[in-house]
Write a protein that binds this ligand. Structure first.
Ligand code: NAD
Length: 262
């Protein structure tokens, strides 16, 4: 299927690895020009080279910086000639016990997983509406629907973003101008973050890494972890011309892990 977005410009945040990279790869395949960000320049440049090799006609620009800071966002926005597609992503907050979290810890989580995407949306959606096309996808987490107790910072910050998006996506001045905003909720994807989570859990519990990994995998109806490339394909469809009537949704991509009917 031709997604109809060749020649568009996308800003994909936190895209040198994992889910953000999967989204950038899928958009590159569709002929979308990219600005990608990450904190470390080395991995970012390596990913940019891979993306350029996917599609000879696209332009790929890189911005090394922290997307959760005003400076990081300003640099990312300055590198984009225009933004038709915005993929909001950043590292997730650390696990822990809420008794140990002070105000600063909460502010960091809110900055990364709620306020940074809102600021980028604020900077981009009105221009999208003026041009009559725009797609925003926020990478959140399955934890928004089925909270994980040790990830309270993530549950809290991402739920705040989700509530805000539910209202914003339905503003007629955006929805009525072909600007869609959706959240994509990953379950367990085989990325660096998932692997480091397993390593921490194994170290803490003293149980073998393989055993913990197998228990988690077998609890997923699909009997496997997700692949960042397939997450990227779902994201690319949400960004397509065909998905203009699909907005304000929270789409789980989790191999069936969430057990609810709705
Ligand atoms: P990852 O660790 O594999 O990759 C993270 C990417 O983000 C890297 O490119 C890193 O450089 C970049 N990054 C991190 N913080 C950044 C920042 N402040 N500014 C700019 N770039 C930054 O992680 P992932 O597994 O791809 O996860 C992406 C998001 O999805 C995270 O918020 C994570 O919590 C969430 N998530 C992941 C899973 C999963 O199973 N992988 C499940 C649920 C939610």
């Amino acid at each position: 299927m031709d997604l109809g977005i060749a020649g568009c410009w996308a800003l994909v945040c936190a895209a040198s690895k994992g889910l953000g990279k999967g989204c950038a790869q899928a958009l590159a395949r569709e002929g979308v020009n990219l600005v990608i960000t990450a904190r470390g320049a080395e991995a970012l440049e390596a990913t940019a080279a891979e993306l350029r090799a996917i599609h000879p006609a696209i332009e790929v620009r890189t911005v090394a910086g922290d997307i959760t800071t005003p400076e990081g966002r300003a640099a990312a926005l300055a590198a984009c000639p225009r933004i038709d597609i915005l993929i909001n992503n950043a590292g997730g907050p650390p696990p822990g016990d809420f008794r140990d979290w002070d105000r600063e810890t909460w502010i960091r989580a809110l900055d990364a997983n709620m306020l940074a995407p809102i600021e980028l949306i604020k900077a981009t959606v009105d221009a999208m509406a003026e041009r009559g096309f725009g797609r925003v996808v926020n990478i959140t987490s399955g934890a928004v629907k089925a909270p994980i107790d040790t990830l309270g910072l993530s549950n809290g910050a991402r739920s705040g973003l989700t509530g805000f998006i539910a209202g914003l996506a339905r503003q007629p001045r955006l929805a009525g101008r072909n600007v869609t905003i959706n959240n994509l909720l990953p379950g367990a994807f085989d990325t660096d973050r998932l692997q480091s989570g397993f390593r921490n859990a194994a170290a803490k519990s003293g149980r073998p890494l393989d055993e913990l990994t197998a228990i988690r995998r077998e609890a997923i109806p699909a009997q496997r972890f997700g692949d960042a490339a397939e997450f990227g394909q779902c994201c690319a469809f949400l960004c397509s011309r065909h998905a203009g009537y699909l907005l304000g949704q929270n789409l789980l991509v989790d191999g069936g892990a969430y057990p609810g009917t709705f």
